[in-house]
Design a protein around this ligand. Structure first.
Ligand SMILES: *Cc1c(COP(=O)(O)O)cnc(C)c1O
Length: 397
């Protein structure tokens, strides 16, 4: 028995159970939690790993031990559940913990279908590690519905995994269409929605059975917390197995990190709105630059997935884009070396803009072209960002 985060909430505030208030309101007010003891409008951090038993040996308050559950974690989950329009969330120590829990919670042995363009570390886990856990993966071009259909093995395929937009080419998959394919085969559709965020896409509304986030990225947004999340549309047997998997593997997020993540989500809507606008401005600007061969951004009308993205994403196309430097790999690496405002680093979704020669980190076998620079647009002045990349590209024609 687990009690909700309502325990420390005053009745004179919004609650995540309130149907009339928009997700942005819950996010801005951290779920409306008011500390009943002090009236503090920032929820206190619950650090306890263990809880007092009642004299008759019961745990009526619903908390027993810190590995299965924690109130600060639960408050964080309540906000995310609301943002995604789900019924429950599980936050964990990293995006990889969330994703691997999602696969390990499947009835195994089983078969899964995953994109050939997806977050690199998870692709490596599926390709090299998952088999020993009884999970066999077929990688497909997930922008092609027929390819997904053909990869499905009726009775064996338990999950279709999508990432949209997908790292680092920002390929777009049709969530609703893939959901139909999954459901016809008796499989679940899971979506890594890290880049879209619940501000732009709510995969559960398009028929997905699971949403995964690297909360390390946009949800936290400040490059100072490693966290992951799973959001569920139902509390069914699969959800129960996911709860058990996180508990047994000890994957729960720590309370300090949960508190930081809760704080980060308060500004999610304004950050993502600004970052989407800025990324669009960057994409339009560099699409005209003779030193750039190709700008990859779902918001550009010429982009392969633009039509689906326009249907599936609302309020913007996200803060991630990639540019391919015409003069090739060495010129791309040189440009990344010359930036001053942009930070030369991996990861994404933070307030500071990051530039990365992505192929260097993904290595051999990666579908990432060697002339590609991945850009995570932050909250700096867009003019400064454009000017800095202009000067960094120099005379790379
Ligand atoms: C970063 C990332 C992950 C992994 O998250 P970690 O917190 O680094 O474990 C998964 N998917 C996407 C799309 C990511 O960007």
């Amino acid at each position: 028995m687990i009690k909700s985060a309502q325990t420390s909430r005053d009745t004179s505030t919004v609650s995540t159970d309130d149907k009339t208030v928009k997700p942005a309101t819950f996010a801005a007010q951290a779920g409306g939690v008011i500390d009943t003891e002090t009236g503090a409008i920032v929820p206190p951090i619950h650090l306890a790993t263990t809880y007092l038993r009642d004299p008759d040996n019961q745990y009526r308050k619903g908390y027993i031990y810190g590995r299965p559950d924690n109130l600060t974690v639960r408050q964080c989950e309540d906000v995310l559940t609301k943002l995604e329009g789900g019924v429950a969330s599980l936050v964990s120590g990293s995006g990889m913990t969330a994703a691997t829990c999602a696969f390990l919670a499947l009835e195994r042995p089983c078969h899964v279908v995953a994109p050939d363009v997806m977050y690199w570390a998870l692709k490596l886990w599926l390709a090299e590690d998952a088999k020993s856990y009884g999970i066999e993966t077929t990688f497909v071009d997930a922008t092609n519905l027929d390819a997904i259909k053909q990869a499905v093995r009726p009775g064996k395929t338990k999950m279709i995994w999508l990432e949209t937009p997908a790292n680092p080419l920002w390929s777009i998959s049709d969530i609703a269409a893939a959901g139909k394919v999954a459901h016809e085969a008796g499989a679940l559709l899971a979506v890594d929605s890290t880049v879209a965020t619940p501000v732009l896409t709510r995969p559960l509304e398009h028929g997905a059975d699971l949403v995964m986030h690297a909360a390390t990225k946009y949800l936290n947004g400040h490059s100072d917390v490693l966290a992951g999340a799973l959001v569920f549309p139902r509390k069914d047997a699969y959800y129960d197995r996911a709860v058990r998997t996180r508990k047994m593997l000890g994957g729960i997020l720590g309370p300090f990190e949960a508190s930081l993540l809760l704080r980060g989500m308060r500004t999610l809507h304004v950050r993502v709105a600004h970052q989407s606008q800025a990324a669009m401005a960057m994409a339009q600007h560099f699409a005209r630059d003779p030193r750039i061969g190709h700008v990859l951004y779902p918001g550009l009308p010429g982009f392969a997935g633009h039509e689906i993205a326009s249907r599936q994403m609302g309020g913007g196309f996200g803060g991630m884009l990639s540019v391919r430097v015409k003069a090739g790999e060495a010129a791309a690496v040189r440009a990344a070396a010359n930036v001053k405002v942009w930070k030369r680093a991996t990861s994404l979704g933070g307030v500071e803009s990051l530039i990365e020669h992505r192929r260097s980190i993904e290595g051999d076998g990666s579908p990432c072209p060697p002339d590609l620079l991945r850009l995570s647009v932050g909250l700096e002045d867009v003019g400064d960002l454009i000017q800095d990349l202009e000067q960094a590209l120099g005379s790379n024609i």
